[in-house]
Design a binder for this molecule. Sequence first.
Ligand SMILES: Cc1cc2nc3c(=O)[nH]c(=O)nc-3n(C[C@H](O)[C@H](O)[C@H](O)COP(=O)(O)O)c2cc1C
Length: 351
Amino acid sequence: MRKGKSVAAKAIEGESNDDEAGLTATTKKLLADYNLKYPIFQAAPGGQDLAIAVAQSGGMGAVALSFDSPDYAFKVVNRMINATNGNFYGNYVLSVPPKSLDRALEAGCPIIQFSWGIPGQGVVNKVRHGGAKLGIQVSSNLGAKKALSFDPDFLICQGIEAGGHVQGTSSLLESIEGILELAGPVPVLAAGGIANGKDIRQVVSAGAAGAVLGTRFMATKESDAHDDYKRELIAANGNSTVYTICFDKEPTFASGTWDSAHRVLRNSTFQEWEAAGCPLSGSRPGENDVVATHPVYGETLRYETMSPVTGHEGSLEAMALYAGEGVGKVKDLPSAGDLLERLWKEFKATR
Ligand SMILES: Cc1cc2nc3c(=O)[nH]c(=O)nc-3n(C[C@H](O)[C@H](O)[C@H](O)COP(=O)(O)O)c2cc1C
């Protein structure tokens, strides 16, 4: 994680750091409110098996529902509810309308979390009437103010260190400072570049209630990331990622592009594009190459935003290999449960 100004932990009355793990009152409250053993949230990607394993092990599981049909989202949430007594959330990126939200709520999704946009009042009302808790990802004071006007149950602050489509434009520790001040008693979780227990301690010491980990959970046994992608993550070092607009094709969008920066591994597609002078869309090397195929998702063209999951075949190294700046600390492929235990041990050892 990038170094930033150290922020004093939130001053909450009765705060105590005297138990074994040295938890702040903010974190203790998060654990109690969400029935968690660890103040660790899985980020949206990774699939249902990972989400179940995380939730069963005492972390917060997550399922990405943005692109699911309403009926499929209903099934996913149902499966989660039947498979675990632990907690989980359904994630929607608001670059597309949350078309499966009604059915996810009907199935009993306990928490809905939005990124890439602030939901409108109508969507917030749906979440509330559906009985779910509400989480919103932000990356700036302005976004936090708007999100807080909807009285969310928690915020996630995403820093530019994050893997995948990156909403944040400044470092996590820089952006979280103002957001914590604005949030007051609303818990704020930190996301971006967090890959070990020491990183989690750093953000909790800065005042975050907990941490959200994406890249680290992709390299677990249960994650649905393709084995080749997992190997690339494990082989990467701290300088392997780049924040770029190189990957932008999104065939499921009406516009055909997803205009966002993202953090990925510097793979062959990126390197060839960079060597060609970073030309604009339409003039990029190998623009229409089919780099991979999948029995369900079909063909993936070079520069598409899809990352490799189980079932993909082809030149998977050339696909968008999302990875956060913490990827250099990812050196193995544990089960999600073992990973959570290890993160917690490292957290406790760092005071
Ligand atoms: C493979 C991958 C896919 C992602 N997909 C989503 C997504 O569907 N929705 C979302 O809100 N964030 C998504 N993200 C971003 C994560 O929510 C989170 O902000 C990020 O992973 C945190 O940084 P880290 O990867 O360094 O831990 C994705 C990240 C990765 C690595």
